[in-house]
Design a protein around this ligand. Structure first.
Ligand code: ZN
Length: 191
């Protein structure tokens, strides 16, 4: 049975809310958790085993990135997917999928998820780096380099952009994003 570890970015609320929309006050950590729980729901329905590195709106131990990696590694996850929302200047928008540098199984996982998000949201901007032949961007994010499983990090949209912050707050959009990510994970396992 496939073991999927979903990592809702940031510890939440007063500890580390992540990025915030300055107008609406929408917090990244809350969005990450809500979408992660939906992803877990769909993977569970598909017969996968799922664990979340954070299950509460505010969870102090998750302020440690090593804790999150330990949850995944100790459990023996087959994949690790971290969910985040981006922030930059108000005009910036789109989604990104990140992996660690170099070609690994994480690149294949990222491409599966990227393709499903593109299929679900043809109107959204995929922010890509095709210099290495695939759409993911690469960086030495701690949770990507210190996890044993193929890993990627999804920046679902920009919480700092008014249009995308409204999407991130929308339950229908969250559900569509969660299903797209879950389908990408299922694709990875079935290829
Ligand atoms: Zn984040």
């Amino acid at each position: 049975m496939f073991k999927d570890c979903i990592d809702p970015g940031h510890a939440g609320q007063n500890i580390d809310p992540g990025a915030k929309n300055q107008v609406t006050g929408l917090q990244e950590a809350d969005v990450n958790l809500a979408v992660s729980k939906l992803v877990a729901h769909y993977l569970d329905a598909a017969g996968h085993q799922v664990t979340l590195t954070r299950t509460e709106l505010e969870q102090p131990e998750t302020d440690s990135l090593q804790y999150r990696c330990d949850v995944s590694n100790n459990w023996g996850a087959d994949v690790f997917i971290s969910l985040h929302c981006n922030a930059a200047t108000p005009a910036a928008k789109g989604f990104e999928v990140w992996t660690s540098p170099g070609q690994t199984q994480g690149d294949r996982l990222a491409t599966c998820i990227y393709n499903q998000i593109t299929r679900e949201f043809p109107d959204r901007v995929g922010r890509t780096d095709y210099s290495d032949g695939d759409p993911d961007k690469e960086s030495k994010f701690y949770v990507l380099t210190q996890t044993n499983a193929p890993a990627c990090l999804v920046e679902m949209a920009f919480i700092s952009n008014a249009e995308e912050a409204a999407l991130l707050a929308n339950s229908t959009w969250r559900d569509r994003m969660a299903r797209a990510i879950a389908r990408g994970i299922t694709d990875f396992h079935s290829q």
